[in-house]
Structure formats: structure tokens, C-alpha cells
Design a protein around this ligand. Structure first.
Ligand SMILES: C[S@@+](CC[C@H](N)C(=O)[O-])C[C@H]1O[C@@H](n2cnc3c(N)ncnc32)[C@H](O)[C@@H]1O
Length: 472
């Protein structure tokens, strides 16, 4: 019982929770911890918190347990257009130049609400995009919305909100983004809903950026009122990973109270009308990820072109060989003669890096080059499919995943991706079938084994993702 939770016990629990979940409970928050632990213990089936903690000590915590604990230990407080100044800056200062740059180059916008809770922030981002794009149907706008709390995600997915969620929105009906729902509630309209994709992601544990969870190449990330839950060490790691998820010139917005400058040394800080923005400064001022620029992000894998002597005329790929420019000379890695013929693996490595940077069409072209070199490599088709999905070409992604399975019917990630794609395409039978196969293949492997062709995702973690997707 709470009265019996002594300081030694709470110190131990807060240490365990920090280690397993990245959540920070300093001494002044131990009363909260004691209260939350009691309710979490009950949901986990323990009569008393100390029994729950003994079990926590066994370290057999699954993602499901972490989710339950997180839903009690974190506060799910949010509403539409919370901190309206941030959304004004988004719509006035961030989106217009971004849209101008992308209008002739892909028409893609990628935003992420990291720690989205019940979805109000993610839908507010999507509404901001819809308001900024009168020709919305001609754009590929994607708002990724992730959280550690599956109950919040389920509510977000449902898209029905009580008036309390609109306490910062004087006129929610403006723009026709909502329709009335029973009991004074409002339902988010299909146009905006289709832009938002909700997914489970533990910011403290999961791997990002990654094409597999769509956390790559973000233009804007809202991660507000989330960092405050993490230990300083986890805060630094999360911010560094979010930095890598952004394209050059991309923005990260956090709650001003979380914006301690020392956490964001890699960003350029901008203050627009009192709103603090953290910008991933482009390498060359005013130039956004131009075709031909070699990947610059030091945290990303640098494509390892072989520089061993070439036998004959090297195979040079036009879209990898831009003309030299005084402001952005061709990087030595691409000039260094002689260059051996590029292998399919070379193409795929660079394609992955480009995809992470949001250079999706170039990445796709490189995948096709990889396939031209070796048409029987399922990994090349798989990357191709992931990129098609990001480009909004869902049917093409499905067809390409079919080719992956033709070459390797046990390609776990292809089944997993098809499960997710068919769900989006509202084909539940096909979705369930592929998720069941993915599950069977995963269960035949060890929990800690790395899933082939993944960025280091363990089989155990993917099992939980499949189970969450498959539903009860
Ligand atoms: C206060 S809400 C913030 C919602 C929204 N971003 C906003 O500012 O209105 C904090 C959210 O962070 C989520 N969260 C806490 N720890 C997390 C973690 N490790 N990974 C992902 N989400 C987490 C919680 O589940 C909760 O939904």
C-alpha cells in the first residue's frame, strides 16, 4: 500500500523505471510515483505495488507491460491547437517556404507528432497542412503520430473528441474539418484523418530514424510535453535521434519549458515571435537536399563506395555524379578515381541514406539500379516497396512486396509491411493473413534475434508490433 512504500523502495523503483523506460522520477515526484504505481500494479494484476516491483525486478518486462506502466506513469494531457502560437508559426513561417520548395519537387510533406497522446496534436498538424494547401489532393502529406500508450492510440484512431479537447479552439467547425458526433462530440473528417498514421513507438527504446517505422526524412517534428518525462540521459539520446530523423532545414518544436539550450547543441535555435524552433541547419545555406549532394548527416551510414583500382571504364551513374558547383563541389568520395563498378549493395546503401534524407525519388531510382544489377535480391524490392509507400503509391508498394515474397516467401518484414498496408487499404482479411504469417515466422526465432533486413529490430519487439496491429 502507498503508506508502506518507503524511500528505499521508491528509489529502487524509480531506478528500474528509468532503466527500462527512460522515465524520470526524481525524489520530489515520488508521491506521484507511489500513486501511479498503485493503479498500474492493479491493472497488471498485483494486489500490492511491492509484488509488482518484485516482478519488475525479474526483467521479463514485455512491451505490453511497459505500455501499461507508461499509461499510468505519464500524463495524457492534450488538446487541439495547444499553444496556438506554435501552430501559427507553423502555418505562417514554416509551411509556406517548405511548400514553395516542394511544389516542383515531389510535393511531399512529412510531419511527426512524437508522443501524440490521443491524437489532437497530430490532427492539428494535419489541419494546418490542409489549410496551407488548397490543392491538397495533389500532395503527399503524411503526419506520423506515435505514442507509447496503446489506449491513447486507440482513442486517437477513433478520431472522436469531446468539447474538452477543443478548449483552445474557439471555432472547431471552421474549415469543415469536423462533423458532429453523438453527445456533443466532434468527429474528425476523412480528409484530415487520412493524412495521419498512428503507430506505437517507445521514444526511449525503439530505433529511429528508420524507414521501417516511417520516422525518416521528417520536415517538422512536434515533440512537446514529452521530454520532461525522461531522464537527462534519455532526453539527450531522444533529441539526438530526432535530429537524425529531420531533413536538412527541418524543424523540431518542443515545449518552451523543455527547451534547455544545452540539450540541442546540434540545432540552430530560432525565435519567431516568442516561439522557439530548433532547426537542423542545411549544410549549404539556402540549398535543400539537392539532387547529387552526398549524404552529410554524420550519424547516418556513409555510403561505402569501393575505391579500389577499377579494371576498365567505371560505371558512373548520372544521378550520383552532379556537375561540380562552386558552392557545393562534388564530394571527394564520388570523385575519387578510379571507381569500381557499383554493386547492387552499393546502390541499396545509398538508396537507404537518400530515403532517410527524404530524397525519395532518387532513392527509388537507385533501388531500380540495384534491381538492374541483381534482379533476384529480395532486399532491393523490399526497399523499393518501402519507398513507394512513403511516396503514397500504396498499390505499387503492395505489388512490389509481392515480388519480395516471390523471391523469398519467408521475408518477415514483407509480411509485416503487407499486414500494415492492407490494413490501410481496408482489406482486413489480407492484412490478418500476412500478420499471422509474420507472427509464425517470428515465433520460430529467438526473442533477441535481429529480424533479417531490419535496422536492428529484435524478433520479440516485432512480435509485439504485429500483435498490436492484429488487435484482440
Ligand atoms: C502530455 S502528453 C503530450 C501530448 C502532446 N504532445 C501535447 O503536447 O499536447 C505526453 C505523451 O507522451 C507519451 N510518452 C511518454 N513517454 C513516452 C515514450 N517513452 N515514448 C513515446 N511516448 C511517450 C505519453 O504516453 C503521453 O501520451
Amino acid at each position: 500500500m502507498i503508506a508502506e512504500l518507503d524511500a528505499t523502495f521508491l528509489a529502487e523503483v524509480s531506478g528500474l523505471i528509468a532503466e527500462r523506460m527512460g522515465l524520470h522520477f526524481p525524489e520530489e515526484r515520488w508521491p506521484d510515483l507511489a500513486r501511479d504505481l498503485k493503479t498500474a500494479s492493479q491493472e497488471l494484476g498485483f494486489e500490492y505495488p511491492d509484488a509488482c516491483v518484485s516482478w519488475l525486478r525479474t526483467r521479463e518486462l514485455t512491451a505490453q507491460h511497459i505500455e501499461t506502466l507508461a499509461s499510468h506513469l505519464t500524463v495524457g494531457e492534450t488538446y487541439f491547437f495547444r499553444d496556438p502560437e506554435s501552430f501559427e508559426v507553423l502555418q505562417r513561417e514554416i509551411l509556406p517556404p517548405l511548400i514553395a520548395r516542394r511544389i516542383d519537387t515531389g510535393r511531399t510533406l512529412r510531419l511527426w507528432s512524437a508522443g501524440c497522446c490521443t491524437g489532437e496534436e497530430a490532427y492539428s498538424l494535419a489541419i494546418s497542412c490542409a489549410r496551407s494547401l488548397p490543392d491538397l489532393p495533389t500532395w503527399n502529406v503524411s503526419v506520423l503520430a506515435t505514442d507509447i500508450n496503446p489506449k491513447s492510440l486507440a482513442k486517437a484512431e477513433a478520431g472522436v473528441y469531446s468539447p474538452w479537447s477543443f478548449r483552445g479552439t474557439p471555432d472547431p467547425f471552421r474549415g469543415g474539418f469536423f462533423s458532429p458526433a453523438p453527445g456533443k462530440n466532434l468527429r474528425i473528417g476523412a480528409v484530415v484523418k487520412n493524412l495521419v498514421h498512428f503507430r506505437y513507438l517507445n521514444l526511449a527504446e525503439d530505433l529511429y530514424p528508420s524507414l521501417h517505422n516511417h520516422t525518416n526524412a521528417m520536415d517538422v517534428i512536434f515533440c512537446r510535453n514529452v521530454l520532461m518525462y525522461f531522464t537527462p540521459d534519455h532526453q539527450r539520446r531522444v533529441v539526438a535521434a530526432l535530429y537524425r530523423c529531420l531533413v536538412d532545414g527541418g524543424y523540431l518544436l518542443v515545449n518552451p519549458a523543455e527547451a534547455s539550450h544545452s540539450l540541442f547543441p546540434m540545432f540552430t535555435m530560432e525565435n519567431i515571435g516568442g516561439v522557439i524552433l530548433f532547426r537542423k541547419t542545411p549544410r549549404v545555406t539556402g540549398v535543400e537536399s539537392r539532387p547529387g549532394n552526398v549524404p552529410t548527416n554524420p550519424a547516418l551510414p556513409v555510403p561505402a563506395f569501393s575505391t579500389a583500382p577499377a579494371p576498365a571504364a567505371p560505371r558512373l551513374i548520372p544521378h550520383l555524379m552532379p556537375p561540380p558547383s562552386p558552392i557545393d563541389p562534388v564530394p571527394p568520395v564520388l570523385l575519387a578515381p578510379p571507381i569500381t563498378p557499383l554493386s547492387g549493395e552499393d546502390f541499396l546503401r545509398v538508396a537507404g541514406v537518400y530515403a532517410n534524407q527524404g530524397r525519395l525519388e532518387e532513392a527509388l531510382a537507385l533501388c531500380r539500379d540495384a534491381i538492374a544489377v541483381n534482379s533476384t535480391n529480395p532486399a532491393a524490392y523490399f526497399l523499393c516497396a518501402m519507398i513507394c509507400q512513403e511516396l503514397g503509391r500504396l498499390e505499387e508498394a503492395v505489388a512490389t512486396l509481392g515480388k519480395v515474397l516471390y523471391l523469398d516467401q519467408d521475408f518477415i518484414l514483407a509480411h509485416h509491411a503487407l499486414g500494415s498496408l492492407y490494413k490501410r487499404l481496408r482489406k482486413p482479411r489480407e492484412s490478418k493473413r500476412h500478420l499471422a504469417i509474420a507472427l509464425e515466422l517470428l515465433l520460430a526465432r529467438g526473442r533477441d534475434e535481429i529480424v533479417p533486413e531490419s535496422d536492428g529490430v529484435t524478433c520479440g519487439r516485432l512480435v509485439e508490433s504485429v500483435q498490436a496491429m492484429a488487435g484482440p
